[in-house]
Structures are given as structure tokens and as C-alpha cells.
Ligand binder design. Structure first.
Ligand code: NDP
Length: 516
């Protein structure tokens, strides 16, 4: 009893009673001066911070990145030199669901990595898919609106999703992956991760190479059917948290092999497709995977809120030797992710311990929200502006990346014309998937389309027809069969004689767990 820590107020004073409020007489009422009661209730009201608009539900752990290959000819980044070991944090997530959503939903998974390098934090904020639904950040808020709740019904709206996708053929590749086996991983440990965007590496000679980052699970790919996932969700909504936490707790540390694909800077001009288009992969045959190393997750957070909920990942965090590319989605995310953290956590969110760089930090950003953990430091109190005569921090010109070479006029280029949105989904369907995988894709997609207005479904099927005749035939067949089972006629119209669903009407099932 005596060696237990002593309970105090948040100001450190001894606290005598944590059971009984101070009342006037045994039956009350309460006294306003019982400040610690007010403090407890006020804290309770403030225990939640704004959840992320997307990727709200997440699971994470600490680990280490080890470099075993040699890519020093491409990059000067110290964390990527042979033999380097860098502490890191990983956070995996679903995209659409809120914080209380079930883990085992059919959805893209976020795959966010923060490497605490000696040259500053490097964040790679990718997904478990190599591509994305859109290629221009202008459409980002619109797309996310379709994934969240309908403003009137406050329900998810399959109509909105399929309407947007069918009007955005660039989504075809990602939707095909989402509705395939890999759209429902068994756990965070059983999926690959991708930087997804094209980034760049640059070396001491000032040469830039375009690069794609890949993280291949060493646990093997394992996925679930919708029916298996529904059964798990019936038992637990925290299935991913349980699996990741327990594996690490038991010393069964998950690992991912790190690989890159490389394209010399000049080759982007002659590449047969736009290598900065987030809806496209770089075919392995043309751009072979190069081994870099691996990362291992080996330490659970002590406090989920402090180490995962307040973790702030942003593609804006790069270090010398690693940079961005002209990818329009990446360029938009450079702003929007850092800004999400300013809003959610406060202006100086990088001072929160889990986000704090492990190297010295000196800058002139002053005051503001969250300037708390030791404050902004310049090394000299008189040096709070720049330039100054008081030995304040000076810029590091040798960290300047080579120029980003651009061509063309500054205007709005139509991102929907002149692109081939069909060949890569076709390669996936034709070359990578066997018949079983195709049948499951048809089943998942056909089921998810039930109840969506027929004109929208037909527009979507029109895109599938341009990918492969078997694709459209397979999905159409399942959609018609399941529509009939659910009370719609073979064209997806309600057989009760009621009018078809209007855009915005809600469907009877979650779009993320479509019927098998
Ligand atoms: P490859 O045959 O060399 O590679 C196919 C890739 O597809 C493998 O990485 C494989 O993963 C992955 N894969 C298998 N099933 C699925 C699925 N259901 N959803 C997503 N990925 C899957 O082919 P190419 O490089 O020529 O690409 C062909 C198509 O493969 C692409 O159009 C794209 O759809 C897909 N793909 C390509 C990737 C790339 O970076 N080139 C990355 C991922 C997918 P695994 O390594 O576990 O076998």
C-alpha cells in the first residue's frame, strides 16, 4: 500500500479523497469549491480531439528500418545508406469508417510510416494499394464526401460512391483492387504497403531519380471473404487492433521487405504513360524491384492516444536525398496532410513527443498552439528573427535538392482526357488474377451494386466492358441475381412497382461489406 504512487491534482498537490464529492449535508447539494470534481468532469469532456476526416480508425506500433541493400548511387539520405538502422513508427488504418468503425471492413488500408532519421523525420504516407481512385487533388474532397455519410440521412451512400466512380473512370483500377481479394486483408500484418505516389531520390552529384516505394509483407498476403469478415465483426469490431497488439506483445514481430522501382529523370519524358499519375503502377517487367532492406515492428505503444492518435504523418516530411515528384495528388497532399494536423493537434504538432524529431530542431516559427514541450528554440533568446547578429540558426544550403525540371504552360489541364484508364486494370484482371479471383471480384462488385440506380450501374458496367468482356459479364450476372434476391427486377429496378432509387437514397446494406 505504502509504495504505491501518491494521487495528486494535475498541479501536483496531494489529493485526499477520490471517492466522495463535497456536499452541504449528506444528501447534497454540491459545493462549487469542490474544484477537483469540476476538474474531473471538465477533463472528461475534453478527452476526445477531432478525429481524422479520413483514416480515423487506426492501429500502430514502433519499430526499426534496417538497410541491407545498397542504393547509395541514387540517394544521399543517411537513413537509406547500407547498414543504417532508423527508429520508426507505423500506423495502419481504414479510410472511410469513423473511430468506432469495425476493423474488418472492405476498404483501402492506410499504411503510414514515420522514420526518425538523423536528418529529420521522413514520412511515407501510403496505402496497401499501389494506386488511388483519383489523380488530381481537386477531386479529393469530392471523392471523400462520397465515402462518408449522406448529409440528410447520415448513412453511407452506395449511390454516391458508384455515381462518383462511374463518372470518374480513373477510379477503375483502384475499385478493381478494392473489390478483389486484397480489398479485405486479414490483418495489418498480412498486407503489402506502397508509397503509392511517385517520389524522387537525389544523390550528392545532384542527379534525380523517380522512385516508387514498396513494402512486401513477410507474413504473406492473407485476405478474407465478406462472409468471413461479417462473422468476425459479429464477435469483435477491434480485430486488427487485437491481432497487431497481441503479435507484438508475444514477441512475434511482423516484418516487411522494402523495395524500390527506379526511373532515371529523363526517362519520364519518353515513358509510354504518365509516371506521375497516381492511378497507374509502373510494371515490374519494365521497372524491376530493387531490394533495400526491411522494417520490423517490435514495440507496442504504452499509451494509444499519446503515441498513435496524436501521431501526425505527412508527405511534406522529406529529408535530404528524398523528395517529391510532379504527381498532382502528392502535391495536394503535401499541403492537406500537414494542415489536417495543424487543425487536429495544434500549430506546433511536431513538438508532441511521438512526432518530435530525434535530431536537433532549430527554427523561427514562434508561439502558437502546442508550443509547449520545451518551446521553440533558436539557441539564443535574442535570435527570434532571421537574419540576426546573435548567432541564431542559419540555413543549410548544402541540403538544397536539385531543380525540379518542368515544362508546359501553367493552366488547368483536363485530367480525364487522353489517359488510358483501362489497360492496367486489364493487366490485373487478365494476367494476375486466376479464375477464382475473378469470380470473387465479380461477386463482391455485383453485390455492392445492388440497389444503386440502374443508370449509374449501367454507366459503371460500360467501363468494365472496356476492360474485359468477362469482367462486365461476370459483374452484370451477379448484380442481376442479387438484385432479384433483394427484391429488384433483373435490371435492378424494385419489383414492388415503386419508383427506382433516386440518387441519394440509401441502400439496405453497408457498401463496404457487400453481400457475398
Ligand atoms: P506483375 O505480374 O509483375 O505483378 C503483379 C502484382 O500484382 C504483384 O505485385 C502482386 O502482388 C499484385 N497483385 C496480385 N493480386 C492483386 C490484387 N488482387 N490486387 C492488387 N495487386 C495484386 O505485373 P505488373 O507489374 O506488370 O502489373 C500488372 C498489374 O498488377 C498492374 O496493372 C496492377 O494492377 C497490378 N499490380 C502491379 C504492381 C506494380 O507495382 N507493378 C503492384 C501491385 C499490383 P505480389 O507481389 O504479392 O504477388
Amino acid at each position: 500500500m505504502t509504495d504505491k504512487p501518491k494521487l495528486t491534482t494535475t498541479a501536483g498537490a496531494p489529493w485526499p479523497n477520490n471517492q466522495d464529492s463535497v456536499t452541504a449535508g449528506e444528501r447534497g447539494p454540491l459545493l462549487l469549491q469542490d474544484y477537483q470534481l469540476l476538474e474531473k468532469l471538465a477533463h472528461q469532456n475534453r478527452e476526445r480531439i477531432p478525429e481524422r476526416t479520413v483514416h480515423a480508425k487506426g492501429w500502430g506500433a514502433h519499430g526499426v528500418l534496417r538497410i541491407t541493400g545498397d542504393i547509395s548511387r541514387y540517394t544521399r539520405a543517411k537513413a537509406l545508406q547500407p547498414g543504417a538502422e532508423t527508429p520508426m513508427l507505423a500506423r495502419f488504418s481504414t479510410v472511410a469508417g469513423e473511430q468506432g468503425a469495425a476493423d474488418h471492413e472492405r476498404d483501402v488500408r492506410g499504411f503510414a510510416l514515420k522514420f526518425y532519421t538523423e536528418e529529420g523525420n521522413w514520412d511515407l504516407v501510403g496505402n496497401n494499394t499501389p494506386v488511388f481512385f483519383i489523380r488530381d487533388g481537386y477531386k479529393f474532397p469530392d471523392f471523400i464526401h462520397t465515402q462518408k455519410r449522406h448529409p440528410k440521412t447520415n448513412m453511407r451512400s452506395p449511390t454516391a460512391m458508384w455515381d462518383f466512380w462511374s463518372l470518374s473512370p480513373e477510379s477503375l483500377h483502384q475499385v478493381t483492387i478494392l473489390m478483389s481479394d486484397r480489398g479485405l486483408p486479414k490483418s495489418p500484418m498480412h498486407m503489402h504497403g506502397y508509397g503509392s505516389h511517385t517520389y524522387s531520390l537525389w544523390n550528392d552529384a545532384g542527379e534525380r531519380y523517380w522512385v516508387k516505394f514498396h513494402f512486401k509483407t513477410q507474413q504473406g498476403i492473407e485476405t478474407l471473404s465478406n462472409a468471413e469478415a461479417e462473422e468476425i465483426i459479429g464477435r469483435t469490431r477491434e480485430g486488427y487492433q487485437e491481432q497487431l497488439f497481441n503479435a507484438i506483445d508475444q514477441g512475434d514481430y511482423p516484418r516487411w521487405t522494402m523495395q524500390i522501382q527506379v526511373m532515371p529523370e529523363k526517362d519520364a519524358e519518353t515513358c509510354g504513360f504518365n509516371p506521375f499519375d497516381l492511378t497507374k503502377v509502373w510494371p515490374h517487367g519494365d521497372f524491376p524491384l530493387i531490394d533495400v532492406g526491411h522494417f520490423e515492428l517490435n514495440r507496442n505503444p504504452e499509451n494509444y492516444f499519446a503515441e498513435i492518435e496524436t501521431a501526425a504523418f505527412s508527405p511534406s516530411n522529406v529529408v535530404p536525398g528524398i523528395s517529391w515528384s510532379p504527381d498532382k495528388m502528392l502535391q495536394a497532399r503535401i499541403f492537406s496532410y500537414a494542415d489536417a494536423h495543424r487543425y487536429r493537434l495544434g500549430t506546433h504538432y511536431d513538438q508532441i513527443p511521438v512526432n518530435r524529431p530525434r535530431c536537433p530542431v532549430h527554427h523561427y516559427h514562434k508561439d502558437g498552439e502546442m508550443n509547449v514541450y520545451g518551446g521553440v528554440k533558436t539557441g539564443n533568446p535574442n535570435a527570434f528573427y532571421e537574419p540576426n547578429s546573435f548567432n541564431g540558426p542559419v540555413e543549410q544550403r548544402d541540403a538544397q535538392e536539385p531543380p525540379l525540371r518542368v515544362s508546359g504552360d501553367a493552366t488547368r489541364y483536363d485530367h480525364r482526357t487522353g489517359h488510358d484508364d483501362y489497360s492496367q486494370p486489364r493487366a490485373l484482371y487478365e494476367k494476375v488474377m486466376d479464375q477464382g479471383a475473378r469470380d470473387r471480384l465479380h461477386g463482391n462488385m455485383g453485390g455492392a451494386l445492388v440497389g444503386v440506380p440502374t443508370e449509374i450501374v449501367e454507366r459503371w458496367l460500360g467501363h468494365l466492358a472496356q476492360v474485359h468482356p468477362d469482367y462486365v459479364a461476370g459483374v452484370r450476372k451477379v448484380w442481376q441475381e442479387k438484385s432479384r434476391d433483394a427484391g429488384y427486377d433483373p435490371n435492378g429496378l424494385p419489383i414492388t412497382g415503386d419508383t427506382p432509387h433516386e440518387a441519394g437514397d440509401e441502400q439496405p446494406h453497408s457498401p463496404t461489406i457487400a453481400a457475398e
